[in-house]
Write a protein of this length. Structure first.
Lengths: 646, 251
């Protein structure tokens, strides 16, 4: 157990972060120039951290697999970013944001981290406005807010339906300013393929140039992983095609613990699957639930007629519609948290009331909002989302209700970090979605952007100094040390092994097979039998992969199939960890729903006496079972109760 | 009941930046019209892999039209025949059964081909690095509501800021000019009080970098605006010209 020390500062909850900053070690400006920091990833967390560390005077090396740091998948976040500004005067506060986040996370997040997140949320909005992020405004010139699921206040700042894009461009521009100033060196189309440990500390990475296929050795006094989540384990998700969990798995293999892998968020409002060649799922922002009403037909025969194409949703009379979220959760209605909304949709579809050709869809209807507010207002609020839906589905959502269904969207689990965002490997830090820390078992809408930027701008640039202050006398390494040479050798051997399999199956065909197992058995409803079956199936897929994958082309030069194969090998490991963690966690909480543990009304039933802990998995070698460690969660400021959105 | 089509594809193949490229012809069949264009490319690649051939390399990532990674010149148009979408949001219902589809990379001196349909667009990053930002560091900034901004200005700024940096404007331009891209960033920031402060410096630095990197001149043909998947307006170029001229006159 000694391996897990969360290092939460002393003092009352609201003063912990201030106390920490008052007493932490700092690095003076002259010494900052002597210290190299590697940041992997250029999304909100990585981009913001690299820019901020560069501004402070550290020597930063920043890596991205894309052709430009502006492509990171943070860019796709639509709805908004939360902050406790209380500009609308509706009773918001730092404590309320903290409380809503803890409750939304179903009491499985660490109090001290979440409170810090709520505290810095307001700084983020100030920072972004100063950078020129064009947030939506009222006619009086002040910032506008909207509502999101799991909250009874309006605390979400937004820039049309492109908030992630605008926040990322803000961070990207700050980053490019540092590139211009020479404090940050950018490595684009370059992928982390291993982490180098020297004397027990993270001292660098092995990276692969995705254009030439060459391996590179990079030294850093500290290494920051801001590499996002692992939702693509499911093949179909709302993540970008390139999003992957490989950096997390490399860290895990080198001794970092993987925390709560089973906590994956299923987003309720995505465009339903259309066919077997589907490559990804498209999210429709949760903000749509502000004005859209979710329903299915009340009568089974109507649902059947719709599925057969004999009836249109607009033909169903008002009294024959079941607005099931409003019926089950009158207090929050269509704005219940994501996990609750997703399960409710699954419940209706499983019961035979689903619509669309597959029966795996429900309606999101704007008819009453358009009647109440006029089409112009709806267009101003959601125009780009409606256009996106129209382009994909070829139906006009102003005239007929949208069809939506849940899809994998975000992973709350990730690399275990302490209060300083440091992993169990000294000198290795994790920020943003890549770490596990702030969302517990379920993330609230508009909180991912908040956490990514909090970690990147306001937390990591402080806490990393507490570590680096002891490193000012550590000279730069050349990359020729035996640890670097050995790490590169092992990576090279792995890529050669992949190329030499010369089997028959494409990477995608294997990935889709893994994805289906994950969706069926490690998805929205999980059971003991299902998870045991999944573990067995994943082992079979692993065997099939390592003996029968086909990668055309060469090991040198650009080889996209080789990149994908390497990432799939890691997704298989993650799938295994997710299933194991889900099997071990005999309770339902947030995004993790074990069918054996539910209330009579079908709500998630936690087992606080047994499972109020962070499940942390330690790698024990290729053929050994990973070992579970527990970080007990202690709640001082809030009382654990069953979540109630009724 | 699902409608499918068969297509002949003429795809540009090129092994590396200095290699000679060529068109290869492929046939794909039973493509659902509800598939996206890139899903059709996935099907082609699965087919090539099953024949033990190298799949076609193309850039793509978010597949929801926002990351700006996908490109492709399809039948002579950047991002293909549909309006206001990127290639990843283009759907096969825009094509006819039996049609021949020609697929090329962006063609521009400033965007050299890396492999097949993938080009190097790092010149855009260099232009942003030259001045496409507000020079503020993390921390020590005023309250977000300290400066009221008229809603019309904020909205106009947002429209300019919608640029996804895909490079379609450059690919569409017969001169290979990056003026729409540069002007969108200059406008986004110049329309806000936070960015107004260094507006002149920014315009000069970004234009100078654009010229240095080998992008062509703007002759107001308007092709960029037509092909922009995000509807970035040509009026941004007029604003950039004003900014640039008034900055130069003060020198």
């Amino acid at each position: 157990m000694s391996k897990l020390n969360a290092r939460i500062p002393e003092g009352p909850l609201a003063q912990k972060w201030t106390n920490y900053k008052d007493h932490q070690k700092l690095v003076n400006p002259a010494n900052k120039r002597k210290l190299d920091v590697i940041v992997v990833g250029t999304g909100l967390a990585g981009g913001a951290a690299a820019a901020s560390l560069g501004e402070m005077g550290f020597n930063v090396k920043n890596f991205t697999i894309q052709d430009s740091p502006r492509r990171a998948h943070s860019i796709a976040a639509q709805g908004g970013i939360n902050a406790a500004k209380n500009y609308p005067n509706d009773g918001d506060s730092v404590f309320r944001l903290f409380y809503d986040t803890i409750k939304g996370g179903d009491y499985r997040a660490r109090e001290a981290n979440v409170h810090r997140l709520a505290e810095v949320s307001n700084n983020i909005i100030d920072q972004c406005v100063a950078q020129g992020v064009p947030f939506a405004r009222e006619y009086g010139g002040l910032l506008d807010n909207r509502s999101f699921g799991g909250a009874q206040v309006s605390r979400t700042f937004y820039a049309k339906g492109q908030t992630g894009q605008q926040l990322l461009l803000g961070a990207y521009q700050a980053l490019m300013r540092q590139v211009n100033a020479g404090t940050v060196k950018m490595y684009t189309r370059t992928e982390l393929v291993d982490i180098v440990i020297v004397d027990g500390k993270a001292r660098g990475i092995i990276a692969r140039d995705l254009v030439t296929g060459e391996l590179q050795r990079h030294f850093g006094h500290a290494v920051v992983l801001a590499t996002g989540g692992y939702g693509n384990t499911f093949f179909l998700s709302t993540n970008a095609m390139g999003s992957n969990g490989s950096a997390a798995i490399k860290a895990y293999h080198k001794g970092a613990m993987f925390a709560n892998p089973c906590y994956a968020q299923i987003h309720p409002t995505c465009i339903p699957v259309h066919g077997e060649f589907q490559s990804k799922l498209t999210l429709m922002s949760e903000s749509l639930r502000n004005d859209g009403r979710i329903w299915v037909p009340k009568k089974k025969e109507d649902a059947e007629a719709i599925r057969a194409g004999k009836m249109k949703p607009t033909q169903i009379a008002e009294e024959d519609r079941d607005y099931y979220l409003e019926r089950r959760y009158p207090a929050f209605g269509n704005l219940v948290p994501r996990d609750v909304a997703s399960r409710a949709a699954k419940e209706r579809c499983d019961a035979g009331y689903g619509v669309g050709a597959t029966g795996l869809a429900v309606y999101l209807d704007f008819k009453s909002a358009i009647e109440r507010l006029g089409q112009k207002t709806i267009e101003a609020r959601y125009g780009n989302l409606f256009q996106m839906y129209y382009k994909i589905v070829d139906e006009n959502p102003y005239e007929t209700p949208m069809m939506i269904y849940p899809a994998i969207h975000y992973t709350m689990g990730g690399i275990w970090v302490d209060y300083e965002l440091q992993t169990t490997i000294p000198g290795l830090f994790a920020a943003g979605e890549a770490n596990f820390s702030d969302h517990g078992a379920n993330r609230l809408g508009a909180s991912a952007l908040m956490q990514g930027l909090a970690d990147g701008y306001f937390v990591l640039p402080y806490t990393i100094q507490n570590y680096l202050a002891d490193d000012i006398r550590t000279p730069r390494m050349t990359g020729n040390e035996p640890e670097f040479v050995e790490a590169e050798k092992a990576v090279k051997a792995r890529f050669e092994k992949l190329m030499n399999i010369k089997g028959k199956r494409s990477v995608d065909s294997l990935h889709k097979e893994l994805g289906l197992v994950m969706w069926d058995f490690v998805g929205m409803g999980r059971t003991k039998e299902g998870l045991e079956h999944a573990i067995q199936r994943i082992a079979e897929i692993k065997k099939e992969f390592w003996s029968n994958v086909r990668i055309p082309g060469n090991i040198t030069g650009m080889n996209i199939e080789l990149e994908k194969a390497s990432r799939l090998a890691d997704f298989i490991e993650i799938g295994n960890l997710m299933a194991r963690d889900a099997l071990k966690r005999e309770e339902s909480c947030g995004g993790h729903f074990r069918e054996e543990y539910q209330t009579e009304e079908g709500e998630a039933l936690r087992q606080d006496d047994k499972f109020a802990y962070v499940g942390c998995w330690e790698y024990k070698g290729e053929n050994a079972e990973p070992e579970l460690h527990k970080e007990e969660l202690v709640y001082e400021a809030v009382k654990m109760v069953q979540r109630n959105y009724k | 009941m699902e409608k499918t089509i068969n297509l002949t594809l003429k795809v540009w193949r090129q092994n590396g930046p200095r290699e000679k490229g060529r068109f290869e012809t492929y046939k794909v069949s039973n493509i659902s019209i509800d598939s996206s264009f890139l899903e059709m490319m996935d099907i082609l690649n699965e087919q090539l892999i099953s024949e033990n051939k190298e799949p076609v390399a193309f850039d793509h990532d978010c597949r929801e039209g926002i990351c700006g990674m996908c490109s492709l010149y399809i039948n002579g148009r950047p991002h293909g025949p549909d309006d206001d979408v990127t290639t990843c949001q283009l759907h096969m219902r825009k094509f006819q059964d039996g049609q021949t589809v020609t697929i090329e990379p962006w063609r521009s001196a400033a965007f050299p081909v890396i492999k097949d349909l993938i080009v190097n667009r790092s010149a855009f990053d260099q232009i942003i690095a030259a001045g496409g930002y507000v020079s503020v560091s993390t921390g020590g900034v005023p309250d977000a509501n300290a400066i009221p901004i008229p809603k019309v200005d904020a909205d106009e700024s947002m429209d300019a800021a919608s640029c996804i940096g895909c490079g379609a404007c450059v690919a569409a331009c017969k001169n290979g000019s990056a003026m729409l891209f540069v002007s969108a960033k200059v406008s986004h920031l110049a329309l806000l009080p936070q960015g107004r402060v260094e507006g002149a410096r920014r315009a000069k630095a970004m234009v100078a970098k654009m010229d240095e990197l080998g992008f062509g001149n703007c002759t107001n043909t308007g092709a960029c605006e037509v092909e922009c998947p995000k509807n970035i307006s040509l009026s941004n170029i007029a604003r950039l010209n004003r900014e640039f001229l008034s900055a130069k006159l003060k020198d």
